[in-house]
Write a protein of this length. Structure first.
Length: 663
């Protein structure tokens, strides 16, 4: 039976690839289900031909090649351990893009964004928040590092040189469109700096008083001649500046929200004045066809979510604009924000919400312990739908009776449904037909193969969250009737009546990311719980826990996930995957060894681990490494071989889905 447990784990890890973007016909969901918070939109310079655009969604990169209707998450080469922050491409090169991260530096793509490599030589710190590319050369890029240093590359990222070290946080950067030596920088104190020699010498142009930070700089297409640019601010709206500060004009006539997020200049066919679009924190989009003298609000169809105003978020409702390079012909414009991505094809007059993170995303999956005989697997989607297949995933049946039913009015979702976090079969499913699941903050139990579900109440403790519940049944479930739950806040729940009721038995002291149970639990009463910087162990069935990682390098690791050997009674082996490499113990956690592995990047982000049910004989593990894909070892993690190469580029997500939908 222990081998069956581990076999199910391997089936589960493969489901991450097979089903990450599986298409199931469900009710069309709004763009904010799941939370597709869009921080940036970047349109291809050849959009009219390839309909390609990119978005950064909750720190992840997505690409569409059909104008935003279907999306592919880009992962090849993106081994980032921190959120992605900024993206840029030049107007004359649709193949070369640059992407930054808030801790991993700068990545470069030379194949239209499908794969990426790091280009960090010369950067003293890898916390990069802003990028700007010269419109006529993909070799010339500005980067803001550690918020106060400005760097420049002139050779496509092969090397970077520091141009400016500011005393204040740099919040906006821009090139002149036709002269790579003319650069403008803004900071969080309202100061603007200007260089005419590529950054060797800087002049403080002006300070805009009482406006908060400079949020965006948009440079006139004729800047070399008219020295005209537009500045968006946090509190003062938009300013037009001419002649390096000789003329400063506030141009907010018609703008009712002065917290500016973006400004884009577009060609104004048949007119002398520039046409401008701006997005604001609260009210959406405003348009001017007379160079900013007057503005009209163009926000019909844009929607907001009140969650953006909550203290734990405090994010802009509307953010970055992306305008088609051939706007005069196709009138296409995109807007990203907290409530998702919006598209207009009539010049911004009306907007349509686009689905980016599909409600069909698979959030959890499980294989029957008797899969070899019953061919049964189960999956659940972000939008509360559960499905069961009894023919090796060929056909699927909905198993939703007794679950949450969404409420719609005029095709609009009234209440955001809870999501599935975990799904698991009973170790004796062939006999008892029992499936366990967690939906939102609730524990669910079915004893008829998913036909009907019963919600089991869990009594929370004060100041503890029940979200992200992890289910672990005892290997001797048929005898001891025991099920454990690990929680987001570190509580351990236990049931001894087959999941009919639970009580809190202990607290680990950290968020539980992974919970594993000894195959010999009846004899050793051992479980392990992992979280950020810690792996705790119990040998009394969960009543008391002790850290096994004090004084080890694991204290500095995040995202720790663990697997336990099916032969743990003999080999005492546990392997831990972290955001910086693999660790292994062969003495039940008394000591840990960092497993160096050049094949998978050495300190790569290990996202998932599976162990062979015959580990004592074949010494086999399978791991997923962020940005690199699947790897296999047959010598107990001494060496690894890449496998499943075709998966990483075929529209499959290689990381846990909850990485992009965790709020």
């Amino acid at each position: 039976m222990n081998k069956i447990f581990v076999l199910c784990k391997i089936i589960n890890i493969l489901f991450i690839f097979i089903f990450a973007f599986f298409c199931i016909n469900v009710h069309t969901a709004l763009a904010h289900a799941p939370h597709d918070v869009i921080s940036q939109v970047q349109i291809s310079p050849t959009y009219i031909l390839d309909l390609t655009l990119f978005i950064i969604v909750r720190g992840n990169l997505f690409k569409s090649t059909d104008g935003g209707y279907n999306w592919k998450r880009i992962v090849r080469g993106l081994d980032n351990k921190h959120a992605l922050s900024s993206l840029c491409t030049s107007s004359g090169d649709n193949k070369t893009l640059f992407l930054s991260s808030s801790g991993d530096g700068v990545y470069k793509s030379k194949d239209g964004g499908d794969s990426w490599t790091k280009v960090n030589y010369g950067l003293e710190n890898l916390n990069i928040g802003l990028l700007s590319i010269y419109s006529h050369s993909s070799d010339i890029v500005l980067a803001v590092e550690s918020e106060t240093r400005l760097y420049l590359t002139k050779n496509g990222g092969k090397s970077w040189q520091q141009l400016l070290k500011s005393k204040s946080k740099i919040t906006a950067i821009a090139f002149s469109l036709n002269d790579k030596n003319q650069i403008i920088v803004g900071d969080n104190q309202g100061f603007l700096y200007f260089s005419e020699d590529g950054g060797a010498v800087w002049d403080r142009v002006i300070r805009l008083e009482n406006v908060g930070e400079i949020t965006v700089i948009a440079v006139s297409p004729s800047f070399s001649e008219d020295k005209r640019f537009f500045v968006g601010t946090q509190k003062g709206g938009i300013y037009e500046i001419v002649g390096n500060g000789i003329s400063v004009s506030e141009i907010n006539n018609g703008i009712s929200d002065k917290f500016i997020r973006d400004i884009v200049i577009v060609p104004n066919e048949g007119g002398e004045n520039l046409a401008l679009f701006t997005s604001t924190w609260n009210e959406g989009v405003f348009y001017s066809n007379n160079g900013g003298s007057t503005w009209n609000k163009d926000s019909k169809g844009l929607t907001k979510d009140p969650q953006a105003d909550q203290d734990k978020f405090r994010q802009p409702h509307f953010n970055h604009l992306g305008i088609s390079p051939t706007f005069g012909k196709d009138k296409t414009i995109f807007l990203g924000g907290f409530n998702g991505l919006f598209k207009s094809i009539d010049g911004g007059y009306t907007w349509k919400k686009m689905e980016t993170l599909s409600s069909r995303i698979i959030t959890t999956k499980a294989g029957s312990p008797d899969y070899g005989n019953d061919s049964t697997v189960a999956i659940a989607t972000y939008n509360h739908e559960a499905y069961l297949s009894k023919d090796k995933s060929v056909t699927w049946n909905v198993i939703n009776k007794g679950l949450y039913k969404p409420k719609y009015k005029s095709n609009k979702l009234l209440v955001q449904p809870p999501r599935f976090y975990s799904l698991i079969f009973s170790p004796y499913y062939a006999v008892d037909q029992t499936i366990f699941a967690t939906l939102g903050y609730k524990f669910l139990r079915s004893t008829d193969g998913g036909d009907r579900w019963q919600k089991i109440p869990l009594k929370p403790l004060p100041c503890h969250s029940l979200r992200e519940l992890i289910i672990v049944p005892s290997p001797a479930f048929a005898v001891d009737n025991t099920v454990y739950l690990g929680t987001y806040s570190g509580l351990i729940y236990k049931s001894t009546d087959r999941g009919r009721s639970f009580s809190v038995i202990s607290e680990v002291g950290h968020k539980i990311r992974s919970l594993v149970i000894s195959p010999n639990f009846s004899g050793d009463r051992t479980l392990f719980a992992s979280g950020t910087g810690s792996i705790h162990k119990t040998v009394d069935g969960g009543k008391t826990w002790e850290s096994t990682t004090n004084g080890t390098a694991l204290l500095e690791r995040k995202g720790i996930e663990i697997v336990i050997s099916p032969n743990y009674k003999v080999d005492r082996t546990i392997v831990a995957g972290t955001h910086k490499g693999l660790f292994k113990t062969e003495d039940g956690g008394e000591s840990w060894v960092n497993l160096a592995g050049a094949t998978y990047g050495g300190d790569g982000y290990i996202e998932t681990i599976a162990i062979s049910p015959n580990y004592q004989d074949d010494k086999t593990f399978i791991i997923t490494v962020r940005g690199m894909g699947l790897f296999k070892t047959v010598n107990s993690c001494e060496t690894f071989t890449p496998i499943g190469e075709e998966l990483i580029g075929n529209n499959y997500s290689l990381s846990k889905v909850n990485n992009v939908s965790s709020t």
